[in-house]
Ligand binder design. Structure first.
Ligand SMILES: Nc1nc2c(c(=O)[nH]1)N[C@H]1C(S)=C(S)[C@@H](COP(=O)(O)O)O[C@H]1N2
Ligand SMILES: [Mo]
Length: 378
């Protein structure tokens, strides 16, 4: 018996270019916001030489906002992406599969776009849960694939420009040719997708937008959980530092006039209070009240030149986040502290006891805990 496979027939009215254009607009917006905020995050964490000294330390909530938008737009893109793929998937079965070299290249670029567009929110979402079920390191791969998606997306919009123009609005020429009854169904679909976007946003955004923290359903982080009402990314035990005895603690400041301080010496210096967030790249932010010594005062005492960069070194011996650097704007900002206290009490070991860095407009991974040394870089 001969088996004949015929392409499936799609009778529904919503696999059309007008629906694809309507959803594509919102998806394009979400991807654009996600890409630009991701780029900001990347530049703040790994600034190229020419930018390292230009990074602004204000507004103090800047990184919290861009990282919150990055995660929120990435999560909002998920229902939009699924709806968009559903709308266009009958094209997978278009025959002949390949009409020409040009058509083959076009299909290839769409395959790259779809693969990348699924990969980015999936890996990003798992990263917020700090779950890495893959053999590569998250940051460089997530960053590289973002450029791939942007490239494929620009190409896709260019190739589809005539279709997009013909279906951009309800009165566009292509749209007028569609059956009028489709309009109602399309509006229902868009309303349902909009409701899904609203629901996933409202139930996750409280991770960084604290006023909505009571609506959190799916987010891996409860902003209230953790010692001293602040979440912890890596505990002292996990970092291998354990409980550092305060009596044995020394802060070494290397510069033109190097010196060493005990914890009591630090407590005897002028103390300053600031309200600053930890804005974790893994998708949560929480503001807290910090007390400690200004980094600017410590640098002044070491005779550091005003434009010097500073390296902050942890007592933690291994791990990617044991060292961070900052340019002179962050180092000299009066809000930048070597903090000794958090929310009215001595730092909990998991928050960096005896001393940790807290600076404005800075990714959480660079707010080094268990600080043992400040190095003035020439
Ligand atoms: N030495 C050291 N500092 C560190 C880390 C670390 O692993 N080691 N983690 C960083 C990360 S990813 C974040 S988000 C913040 C979290 O600070 P918290 O635990 O006080 O909330 O600390 C940062 N400082
Ligand atoms: Mo983090």
């Amino acid at each position: 018996m001969k088996l004949r496979v015929s392409p499936p027939v799609f009778k529904g009215g919503l696999h059309d270019a007008r629906t694809a254009t309507s959803l594509g607009r919102w998806l394009g917006l979400a991807f654009t916001v996600c890409f630009l905020t991701g780029l900001v995050s990347h530049l703040m964490q790994h600034p190229p030489g020419w930018l390292a000294d230009g990074l602004p330390s204000r507004p103090s909530w800047g990184y919290r906002l861009t990282q919150g938008l990055h995660v929120a737009s990435g999560i909002a893109a998920i229902p939009l992406l699924l709806a968009k793929l559903w709308t266009v998937y009958p094209r997978l079965f278009a025959r002949p599969a390949l009409r020409s070299v040009r058509h083959a290249l076009e299909r290839l670029s769409v395959a790259v776009l779809v693969a990348g567009a699924l990969f980015e929110p999936a890996t990003g979402l798992l990263n917020t849960a700090q779950w890495y079920p893959w053999p590569f390191s998250f940051v460089p791969v997530h960053y590289a694939v973002a450029w791939l998606v942007v490239g494929a997306l620009v190409l896709h919009v260019a190739v589809q420009a005539p279709e997009i123009r013909a279906h951009w609005s309800r009165r566009s020429p292509g749209t007028l040719a569609l059956p009028a009854s489709d309009g109602r169904d399309r509006r229902s679909l868009l309303a349902a997708v909009g409701a899904a976007v609203g629901a996933v946003t409202l139930t996750t955004v409280g991770q960084s937008f604290t006023p909505l923290k009571d609506l959190i359903l799916f987010a891996p982080r409860d902003p209230d959980e953790g010692p001293q009402a602040l979440p912890v990314n890596r505990t002292a035990a996990a970092a291998g530092v354990g409980r550092i005895p305060g009596e044995a603690y020394r802060l070494a400041v290397d510069g033109p006039r190097p010196y060493t301080l005990t914890l009591d010496d630090l407590r005897a210096l002028p103390q300053h209070e600031v309200e600053l967030p930890i804005a974790c790249v893994e998708g949560w932010s929480r503001s807290a009240h910090w007390t400690g010594v200004r980094i600017a005062d410590l640098l002044e005492r070491a005779g550091a030149p005003p434009h010097a960069r500073v390296r902050v070194v942890s007592l933690q011996l291994r791990g990617g986040y044991r060292v961070s650097e900052m340019g002179h704007r962050h180092a000299r900002d009066p809000l930048t502290l070597l903090a000794l206290r958090l929310n009215g009490a001595e730092l909990h070991p998991d928050h960096g006891y005896p001393a940790r860095l807290i600076a404005p407009n800075r990714p959480g991974v660079l707010q080094t805990k268990w600080v043992g040394r400040l190095e003035v870089l020439s």
